[in-house]
Design a protein around this ligand. Sequence first.
Ligand code: GAL
Ligand code: MN
Length: 290
Amino acid sequence: MLQKYQHCLVSLIMAGGVVFCWLGYMYSTSLSPNEGPSKYDEELTWHPVVLSDRSQRKQAMLMEPVRTDVLTVTPWLAPIVWEGTFDPQVIDEAFRSYNLTIATTVFAVGKYTRFLHALLESAEKHFMTAIEEYIHQRANYIFCLDVDMIFHGRVGPEALGKLVAAIHPWFYWVPRSQYPYERRTISKAYIPQDHGDFYYQANIFGGAVEDVHRLTKTCREHLEMDKSAGVEAVWQEESHLNWYLWKNKPTKLLSPEYVWDDLRGQGAKEIKLVRFSSVIKNKAEVRENP
Ligand code: GAL
Ligand code: MN
């Protein structure tokens, strides 16, 4: 089954015109390897939270919001994950008993293979680490990562949800009319000036396997339709991802902590912790597109 999704993802990038070959990397992880075989459940995207007394020591105060400087929930009531909005210990405990399997795809294409080693090394330290590595036939969740990225801080089960996307680090303070959405009506990725919620970066997205499959299938179809019409969206698959997430709202949003850009440096005061970031690279040298 997962091969099907890999195929879709390969196609997604291919239609964007950058694939020559792929060195795929996929691993599955289990949050609780000691509890026997995983109970696979396609609908398992909501998990009742049961906590020990130890994890509940810190009281949440309704009149003392943990973040007052940033939006932590969308108008459609999806959480936006920022440092301070969750307790890592509580999250790890809440998810541990579900024995979840999380598939991860990373495509290293052409000259991008040079980034693979550092990404994987950093993933071992920071990505879903309350976890032992396990290879399962079926996954509950799937995450798709760009290869030219590094983990610097925790990216754990707080990032899990039915449909999850990350807010781009360069546009979150500007009006949506200035987002780099595709603006030509001829493209299937077209978003009008007065529409859209956030500008998402395609470097990390994920969710329940079925939801991500629906997303990649739609984007692939739209990329192919564009291609037949002789048009390529301004930011290729990222433009189609933004169109999809405009029409199908994500159930959880990752703040730019989860998709930072090293070019932005360390100065942003709303970013308390950079967790995952794009490495600085010579774009002219590695990219087909600008
Ligand atoms: C850049 C990023 C691109 C694309 C673009 C959108 O910072 O490198 O991948 O997301 O922003 O304007
Ligand atoms: Mn990239």
